[in-house]
Design a protein around this ligand. Structure first.
Ligand code: PLP
Length: 486
């Protein structure tokens, strides 16, 4: 029956395109926008089974039908944004709530769009923690904007799978353009830009960015010392580092989380790094990779890039800067000094989905030598070859990531965002968030019950209830936990 389905698709595809298409071509193009044009089969194309042909045609994307539903969905979304403040920020449901509300099996026949949308309101929304509520203060922001939303709509619209240039030239080239635009905004050296000697790519997460660069660094070193020495490679970060790809084959006991101190505001000390590296080298181990963080997850601590890179350089260590949250602020000249020394590192990533209004899964990674990532991750099956990628005259983004050929046209979001607001407004957005944090910090400082735990750097304020005379530590801890849960 699979063949029947393919034949049915191929047959309709032929009618929609050209009856002269070679069948091998047609069979590949089973994923078409159906129009209502079923007719008698062309004489040179014999369809022996009629099962699918006889059934009522499945209209999975009809422009007219889509228009009506999409308008309703946009109204639904706009209403959600308008009312988001009225929902409890933290979902109030208990585990398993949804399976008790929804049927055990999917419907056999179509349900109306209005009913489904209504069920989103009654069944889904109660189970959502509202990250977009103005009262949401957990983790880091998941920031959004009308411009990026519309970019996302168009990304979904085209459904372009831009794994290489030919698969969607605009998807590849727009990504290159916006990565260079952002690099300019961050005043990165030309060595990170396509217009210079490097380049950037959109990843889904910081963890993916770190993994890609770690794998590139690993293969560079293993090419020199032999794959059998993988057990000697060592990766460095601090006890505040978020992610250091444990899945890159580095033995877990060779991942160094160097302790930081409150006196250093939880920044990684170049002295401590050097001591740990020296001890490793003495043991015959091979220093491989250092993750430096600009704005750590717990306290937004800032590791000193320049000094750490100087230590790493002596051992030929790949230095990656993780600026997932804090890096975004560096589009403002007053925060740019946090990236001082960036010219000395190999790669940098930051996530506009955290603070630059881009919606989820949007992490920018720049590298000085993207070829090292490409040679580590490149896949070259026969069916993906074409004269452009063969000639290396174009970028094949599939080789800059671990996600295979699945590749969305996400640069549209950033393009809409940067054009709709302009750099100036995006800088103002960062500054406005910081101003609010400064106000909050002032209020906390003026209240004798609380204390600020570490200096505020960006828009994160770390504070806690002080321990009062007569209360023991564990009671204060309990109160702080309760406060956190609110
Ligand atoms: N790095 C830093 C500094 C972070 O603050 C976070 C998350 O808050 C991450 C990495 C994790 O990023 P992702 O979930 O995109 O891998």
């Amino acid at each position: 029956s699979t063949i029947v389905q393919y034949l049915t698709c191929a047959y309709t595809s032929i009618i929609n395109r050209s009856p002269l298409c070679p069948s091998i071509f047609v069979l590949k193009h089973h994923n078409y926008l159906k129009t209502n044009k079923m007719g008698s089969p062309p004489s040179d194309f014999i369809i022996t089974a009629t099962e699918s042909m006889d059934s009522k045609e499945f209209m999975h994307l009809n422009p007219q039908d889509f228009r009506g539903k999409a308008h309703k969905a946009v109204d639904f979304i706009a209403d959600y944004y308008k009312n988001v403040e009225s929902y409890p920020v933290l979902s109030q449901v208990q585990p398993g709530f949804l399976k008790n509300r929804l049927p055990k099996t999917p419907p056999n026949t179509p349900e109306s769009f209005d009913t489904i949308l209504q069920d989103v309101q009654t069944d889904i929304i109660p189970g959502i923690t509202h990250w977009l509520s103005p009262n949401f203060f957990a983790y880091f922001p998941a920031s959004v904007s009308s411009a990026a939303f519309i970019g996302e709509m168009l990304c979904t619209c085209f459904n372009a799978v831009g794994f290489n240039w030919l698969a969607s030239p605009a998807a590849t080239e727009l990504e290159m353009v916006v990565m260079d635009w952002l690099a300019v905004m961050l005043q990165l050296p030309k060595t990170f830009m396509f217009s210079g000697s490097g380049g950037g790519v959109l990843q889904s997460s910081t963890s993916e960015s770190t993994l890609c660069t770690l794998v590139a660094a690993r293969d560079r070193v293993l090419n020199e010392i032999g794959i059998e020495n993988i057990g000697r490679l060592v990766v460095y970060g601090s006890d505040q580092t978020h992610a250091m790809g444990k899945i890159a084959g580095i033995p877990p006991h060779n991942i160094r989380c160097i302790p930081t101190r409150m006196e250093d505001d939880f920044a990684l000390s170049p002295y401590s790094l050097r001591k740990v590296i020296e001890a490793d080298v003495e043991q015959g181990l091979v220093p491989l990779f250092l993750c430096v963080t600009v704005g750590t997850t717990s306290t937004t601590a800032i590791d000193p890039i320049k000094e750490l890179a100087d230590v790493a350089k002596k051992y030929n260590i790949w230095v990656h800067v993780d600026g997932a949250y804090g890096g975004n602020a560096c589009i403002c000249p007053e925060y740019r000094p946090f990236l001082d020394g960036i010219e000395k590192v190999d790669s940098l990533s930051l996530s506009p989905h955290k603070w630059l209004l881009s919606y989820g899964e949007c992490c920018c990674l720049w590298m000085k030598n993207p070829n090292l990532v490409v040679s580590a991750l490149r896949t070259d099956p026969e069916y993906l070859k074409n004269k452009h990628s063969e000639s290396d005259s174009v970028v094949s983004y599939k080789d800059w990531q671990v996600a295979g050929t699945a590749r969305r046209f996400k640069s549209l979001r950033l393009w809409f965002l940067l054009r709709s607001y302009g750099v100036e407004n995006l800088q103002n957005h960062i500054r406005s968030d910081v101003r609010m944090a400064i106000t909050f910090e002032r209020l906390v400082k003026s209240d004798v019950r609380f204390e600020i735990v570490v200096p505020r750097r960006f828009a994160l304020v770390c504070f806690r209830l002080k321990q009062f005379n007569g209360f023991d530590t564990s009671y204060t801890e309990l109160l702080n936990k309760k406060l956190l849960e609110r």
